[in-house]
Design a protein around this ligand. Structure first.
Ligand code: ZN
Ligand code: ZN
Length: 252
Protein backbone atom coordinates (compact mmCIF):
# COMPACT_ATOMS: atom_id res chain seq x y z
CA UNK A 1 0.00 0.00 0.00
CA UNK A 2 0.95 3.60 -0.54
CA UNK A 3 3.25 4.75 2.26
CA UNK A 4 1.46 8.09 2.44
CA UNK A 5 -1.79 6.45 3.34
CA UNK A 6 -0.22 4.00 5.75
CA UNK A 7 0.13 6.82 8.24
CA UNK A 8 1.91 6.25 11.51
CA UNK A 9 0.26 6.98 14.84
CA UNK A 10 0.93 10.58 15.94
CA UNK A 11 3.56 10.91 18.67
CA UNK A 12 1.16 12.77 20.99
CA UNK A 13 -1.28 9.89 20.78
CA UNK A 14 1.40 7.27 21.58
CA UNK A 15 2.70 9.34 24.49
CA UNK A 16 -0.81 9.69 25.87
CA UNK A 17 -1.33 5.93 25.65
CA UNK A 18 1.89 5.31 27.59
CA UNK A 19 0.93 7.86 30.25
CA UNK A 20 -2.50 6.28 30.65
CA UNK A 21 -1.00 2.81 31.05
CA UNK A 22 1.35 4.29 33.66
CA UNK A 23 -1.34 6.16 35.63
CA UNK A 24 -3.77 3.25 35.51
CA UNK A 25 -1.85 0.17 36.67
CA UNK A 26 -2.54 -3.12 34.90
CA UNK A 27 -5.77 -4.40 36.34
CA UNK A 28 -8.52 -6.35 34.61
CA UNK A 29 -10.82 -3.80 32.96
CA UNK A 30 -13.79 -6.02 33.82
CA UNK A 31 -13.30 -7.10 37.46
CA UNK A 32 -10.33 -4.90 38.48
CA UNK A 33 -8.22 -7.84 39.64
CA UNK A 34 -4.44 -7.32 39.13
CA UNK A 35 -3.07 -8.74 35.91
CA UNK A 36 0.44 -9.11 34.50
CA UNK A 37 -0.27 -6.26 32.08
CA UNK A 38 -3.13 -7.88 30.17
CA UNK A 39 -6.29 -5.75 29.90
CA UNK A 40 -8.41 -8.68 31.11
CA UNK A 41 -7.74 -11.46 33.62
CA UNK A 42 -7.89 -15.15 32.67
CA UNK A 43 -11.19 -15.71 34.51
CA UNK A 44 -12.95 -12.91 32.62
CA UNK A 45 -11.30 -13.92 29.35
CA UNK A 46 -12.76 -17.41 29.76
CA UNK A 47 -16.26 -15.88 29.70
CA UNK A 48 -15.77 -14.41 26.22
CA UNK A 49 -17.29 -16.59 23.49
CA UNK A 50 -15.23 -16.53 20.27
CA UNK A 51 -17.10 -17.43 17.08
CA UNK A 52 -14.93 -20.04 15.42
CA UNK A 53 -17.30 -22.37 13.61
CA UNK A 54 -20.95 -22.80 12.68
CA UNK A 55 -21.41 -19.19 11.57
CA UNK A 56 -23.20 -17.71 8.55
CA UNK A 57 -20.69 -17.54 5.69
CA UNK A 58 -21.95 -14.09 4.73
CA UNK A 59 -22.81 -12.08 7.87
CA UNK A 60 -20.81 -14.13 10.39
CA UNK A 61 -23.55 -14.73 12.94
CA UNK A 62 -23.38 -18.01 14.86
CA UNK A 63 -25.98 -20.56 13.78
CA UNK A 64 -25.24 -23.60 15.85
CA UNK A 65 -22.29 -25.87 16.33
CA UNK A 66 -23.14 -28.66 13.92
CA UNK A 67 -23.09 -26.78 10.64
CA UNK A 68 -19.75 -25.87 9.16
CA UNK A 69 -21.02 -24.05 6.09
CA UNK A 70 -24.27 -22.15 6.11
CA UNK A 71 -26.05 -19.01 4.99
CA UNK A 72 -28.62 -17.58 7.39
CA UNK A 73 -32.23 -16.79 6.31
CA UNK A 74 -31.59 -13.06 6.78
CA UNK A 75 -28.72 -13.13 4.26
CA UNK A 76 -30.84 -15.11 1.78
CA UNK A 77 -33.60 -12.51 2.09
CA UNK A 78 -31.48 -9.35 2.26
CA UNK A 79 -27.83 -9.93 1.41
CA UNK A 80 -25.30 -7.34 2.55
CA UNK A 81 -23.03 -5.52 0.11
CA UNK A 82 -20.13 -7.13 1.99
CA UNK A 83 -18.92 -10.48 0.68
CA UNK A 84 -18.31 -11.75 4.20
CA UNK A 85 -18.31 -10.42 7.75
CA UNK A 86 -16.37 -12.01 10.58
CA UNK A 87 -16.61 -11.06 14.24
CA UNK A 88 -14.13 -12.33 16.80
CA UNK A 89 -16.68 -13.07 19.56
CA UNK A 90 -20.24 -12.64 20.72
CA UNK A 91 -20.92 -9.13 22.00
CA UNK A 92 -22.03 -10.21 25.46
CA UNK A 93 -20.59 -9.73 28.94
CA UNK A 94 -17.71 -9.16 29.48
CA UNK A 95 -16.71 -8.25 25.90
CA UNK A 96 -19.25 -5.40 25.88
CA UNK A 97 -17.43 -3.85 28.83
CA UNK A 98 -14.06 -4.06 27.09
CA UNK A 99 -15.37 -2.56 23.86
CA UNK A 100 -17.01 0.24 25.81
CA UNK A 101 -13.73 0.94 27.63
CA UNK A 102 -11.92 1.01 24.29
CA UNK A 103 -14.44 3.42 22.80
CA UNK A 104 -14.57 5.97 25.56
CA UNK A 105 -11.16 5.76 27.22
CA UNK A 106 -8.11 5.20 25.13
CA UNK A 107 -6.31 2.02 26.15
CA UNK A 108 -3.44 1.15 23.86
CA UNK A 109 -3.11 -2.29 25.44
CA UNK A 110 -6.72 -3.02 24.44
CA UNK A 111 -5.89 -2.14 20.83
CA UNK A 112 -3.06 -4.69 20.91
CA UNK A 113 -5.22 -7.27 22.69
CA UNK A 114 -8.08 -6.99 20.16
CA UNK A 115 -5.69 -6.83 17.21
CA UNK A 116 -4.05 -10.12 18.25
CA UNK A 117 -7.46 -11.85 18.25
CA UNK A 118 -8.55 -10.27 14.99
CA UNK A 119 -5.24 -11.19 13.34
CA UNK A 120 -5.97 -14.86 14.11
CA UNK A 121 -9.45 -14.50 12.59
CA UNK A 122 -7.98 -12.93 9.43
CA UNK A 123 -5.20 -15.49 9.13
CA UNK A 124 -7.57 -18.43 9.57
CA UNK A 125 -10.07 -17.15 7.01
CA UNK A 126 -9.27 -17.94 3.38
CA UNK A 127 -11.08 -14.83 2.10
CA UNK A 128 -10.12 -12.16 4.62
CA UNK A 129 -6.58 -13.51 4.74
CA UNK A 130 -6.08 -12.59 1.07
CA UNK A 131 -7.23 -8.95 1.44
CA UNK A 132 -5.09 -6.07 0.15
CA UNK A 133 -5.96 -3.42 2.74
CA UNK A 134 -7.62 -2.75 6.09
CA UNK A 135 -9.93 0.28 6.18
CA UNK A 136 -11.18 1.65 9.53
CA UNK A 137 -14.76 2.91 9.81
CA UNK A 138 -14.24 6.63 10.48
CA UNK A 139 -15.73 8.83 13.16
CA UNK A 140 -17.05 12.25 12.24
CA UNK A 141 -14.25 14.83 12.65
CA UNK A 142 -16.10 16.56 15.50
CA UNK A 143 -16.33 13.29 17.45
CA UNK A 144 -12.75 12.40 16.68
CA UNK A 145 -11.60 15.79 17.91
CA UNK A 146 -13.64 15.43 21.10
CA UNK A 147 -12.33 11.95 21.92
CA UNK A 148 -8.86 12.60 20.57
CA UNK A 149 -8.76 9.29 18.71
CA UNK A 150 -10.79 6.90 16.62
CA UNK A 151 -10.82 3.43 18.14
CA UNK A 152 -11.21 1.69 14.76
CA UNK A 153 -8.18 3.55 13.43
CA UNK A 154 -6.05 2.52 16.44
CA UNK A 155 -7.18 -1.03 15.95
CA UNK A 156 -6.58 -0.95 12.19
CA UNK A 157 -3.04 0.27 12.75
CA UNK A 158 -2.28 -2.55 15.21
CA UNK A 159 -3.96 -5.14 13.02
CA UNK A 160 -2.00 -3.92 10.03
CA UNK A 161 1.30 -4.34 11.82
CA UNK A 162 0.32 -7.82 13.02
CA UNK A 163 -0.96 -9.14 9.68
CA UNK A 164 1.24 -7.24 7.24
CA UNK A 165 -1.90 -6.03 5.40
CA UNK A 166 -1.60 -2.26 4.87
CA UNK A 167 -4.01 0.20 6.46
CA UNK A 168 -5.83 2.48 4.06
CA UNK A 169 -7.54 5.34 5.86
CA UNK A 170 -9.58 6.38 2.84
CA UNK A 171 -13.17 7.03 3.93
CA UNK A 172 -14.62 9.90 5.91
CA UNK A 173 -17.89 10.49 7.69
CA UNK A 174 -19.70 13.37 6.05
CA UNK A 175 -22.12 14.01 8.86
CA UNK A 176 -22.77 13.08 12.46
CA UNK A 177 -25.08 10.08 12.74
CA UNK A 178 -27.34 9.23 15.67
CA UNK A 179 -26.50 6.34 17.98
CA UNK A 180 -28.18 3.35 16.38
CA UNK A 181 -29.15 1.50 19.56
CA UNK A 182 -32.82 2.42 19.75
CA UNK A 183 -33.58 2.68 16.04
CA UNK A 184 -35.73 0.34 13.93
CA UNK A 185 -34.08 -1.38 10.93
CA UNK A 186 -35.54 1.25 8.56
CA UNK A 187 -34.36 4.11 10.78
CA UNK A 188 -30.87 2.58 10.97
CA UNK A 189 -30.60 2.46 7.21
CA UNK A 190 -31.86 6.04 6.86
CA UNK A 191 -29.53 7.18 9.64
CA UNK A 192 -26.37 6.05 7.83
CA UNK A 193 -27.50 6.69 4.26
CA UNK A 194 -24.98 8.95 2.54
CA UNK A 195 -22.96 9.17 5.77
CA UNK A 196 -19.65 8.15 4.14
CA UNK A 197 -17.55 9.27 1.23
CA UNK A 198 -14.05 8.70 -0.09
CA UNK A 199 -11.56 11.20 1.34
CA UNK A 200 -10.48 13.88 -1.07
CA UNK A 201 -7.07 13.26 -2.56
CA UNK A 202 -7.21 9.46 -2.25
CA UNK A 203 -5.71 7.90 -5.38
CA UNK A 204 -8.52 5.87 -7.04
CA UNK A 205 -5.93 3.27 -8.03
CA UNK A 206 -5.54 2.35 -4.36
CA UNK A 207 -9.06 0.91 -4.44
CA UNK A 208 -9.53 -0.19 -8.05
CA UNK A 209 -9.83 -3.98 -8.19
CA UNK A 210 -8.77 -4.36 -4.56
CA UNK A 211 -10.11 -6.66 -1.88
CA UNK A 212 -10.46 -4.72 1.33
CA UNK A 213 -11.44 -5.32 4.95
CA UNK A 214 -13.67 -2.75 6.65
CA UNK A 215 -12.99 -2.66 10.36
CA UNK A 216 -15.46 -1.65 13.09
CA UNK A 217 -15.93 -2.47 16.77
CA UNK A 218 -19.34 -4.19 16.69
CA UNK A 219 -21.79 -5.44 14.06
CA UNK A 220 -25.52 -5.34 14.86
CA UNK A 221 -27.83 -4.76 11.87
CA UNK A 222 -24.82 -4.34 9.58
CA UNK A 223 -26.20 -1.06 8.20
CA UNK A 224 -23.07 0.99 8.99
CA UNK A 225 -20.67 -1.53 7.45
CA UNK A 226 -23.00 -1.98 4.49
CA UNK A 227 -23.26 1.74 3.77
CA UNK A 228 -19.47 2.15 3.91
CA UNK A 229 -19.03 -0.95 1.72
CA UNK A 230 -21.29 0.57 -0.98
CA UNK A 231 -19.07 3.65 -1.09
CA UNK A 232 -15.95 1.50 -1.52
CA UNK A 233 -17.57 -0.66 -4.23
CA UNK A 234 -18.70 2.48 -6.09
CA UNK A 235 -15.11 3.70 -5.90
CA UNK A 236 -13.94 0.54 -7.67
CA UNK A 237 -13.10 -1.88 -4.87
CA UNK A 238 -13.56 -5.46 -6.11
CA UNK A 239 -14.66 -7.04 -2.84
CA UNK A 240 -15.37 -5.67 0.63
CA UNK A 241 -15.18 -7.82 3.75
CA UNK A 242 -16.21 -6.75 7.23
CA UNK A 243 -14.35 -7.47 10.45
CA UNK A 244 -15.47 -6.57 13.96
CA UNK A 245 -14.43 -7.33 17.52
CA UNK A 246 -17.96 -8.17 18.65
CA UNK A 247 -21.14 -9.35 17.00
CA UNK A 248 -24.72 -8.85 18.27
CA UNK A 249 -26.70 -9.47 15.13
CA UNK A 250 -30.23 -8.07 14.88
CA UNK A 251 -32.73 -8.00 12.02
CA UNK A 252 -31.92 -5.60 9.20
ZN1 ZN B 1 -11.32 -10.01 35.43
ZN1 ZN C 1 -26.10 -14.21 7.50
Amino acid sequence: MDAQVLSSEPLSSRVWGAIRDFIFPPVCLVCEKDTDGAPICDDCLALIQPIERGFCQLCGQPLGRKRRSYICPECVRKPLALARVRAWARFTHPLDKLVYAFKYARYSRLARFFARRLALVVQSDGLLGSADAIIPIPLHLSKRWWRGYNQSELLARELSSQTGIGMLDCIKRRRVTRTQTRLTPEQRRANVEGAFSIRRGVDPLLLAGRKVILLDDVITSGSTLDEAAEVLLDAGAETVYGLTVGGAWIAR
